[in-house]
Design a protein around this ligand. Sequence first.
Ligand SMILES: Cc1ncc(COP(=O)(O)O)c(C=O)c1O
Length: 377
Amino acid sequence: MKKIQMVDLLGQYEKIQPEIDKAVLDVIRSSAYINGPEVKSFQAEFEKYLDVRHVIPCANGTDALQIAMMALGFQPGDEVITADFTYVATAEVIALLKLKPVLVDVNPDTFTLNPDAVKAAITARTVAIVPVHLFGQCADMDAIMGIAKEHKLAVIEDVAQAIGADYRLQNGSTQKAGTIGTVGCTSFFPSKNLGCYGDGGAIFTNDDELGKKIRMIANHGQSVLYYHDEVGVNSRLDSIQAAVLRIKLKHLDEYASARNKVADWYDQAFSNHPNIGTPVRFKNSNHVFHQYTLVLKNADRNKLREYLATKNIPAMIYYPVPLHLQKAYRDPRYKAGDFPVTEMLCANVISLPIHTEMNEETLKYITDSVLEFFPKN
Ligand SMILES: Cc1ncc(COP(=O)(O)O)c(C=O)c1O
């Protein structure tokens, strides 16, 4: 059996190798390494895929969040509400811009922002909500957009883990994750569902003015060369990465189906198991399964992980420490016990390998091994 990995990027590349190799070599031969035609074509194709007016490619997902917040003109001390259970990048940029991260708890079933907790966290200084579409499905965007509208707040969707997911709005329409709020931010980190072969990211919006400002800030605050209207940053997607992404974008929906097949297998193998909680699918979003994350009950997570390691099965803990208990984000406002759902998840989640190149033999080996670990009742 092939070595089991959390994600098999080489196996995926091998299936599209001739096309990728040619595209990369073409960029090298063109010498248009920065802002070349591949970047423009990728931008246009991604706008079409997402059905959004503006895609602004940038250097990575963290930059995407930072640039979006800069473009929205937030001032130091303004409060930005986000989930306590997320990757650090979401809160990092809030803190870096001297805004105040206001952390709230998540729903225990979907792991995404709890709208009641968001409501309770709003103050006169709140300027934005950052829902994180964690592990591959959207947060409750109807509820979040409703709260944002009522309090005139921006919504910055962190769609790094859910690119390609569809959200069914209460009004019956369907929109791509990241195109519902004021602005969407994503990452093309290699292991992401749409990953390039290095770093990359993008920001999307339907707001023409905001789109213009985002583009300017990502380009040193200039829209005319050497005339700088704002303090900006240098954040670019390079042409080689854009060329790779153009090819992989064509496969993105098929990649999501392959991931869903893996998730279905796992769901079935673990259904009704007394020690294993399988991911709950939120009714308004489809799931693109960036991660397949179990919540263990009355089980020793470390022992399970060690047991799987003896069978050469990797497993990861996303995320072991809630943001409010991270050293860098300690704040007198927060203490252990404040976010019980996040704290419970951090203590009990474990993610199994999920990617586009898994076969039944591997899946059976993994699920049999997990089930073997638990003593028979
Ligand atoms: C939820 C979330 N937000 C933001 C990021 C940051 O993306 P990047 O690593 O490209 O900066 C990531 C990925 O790493 C992520 O998972």
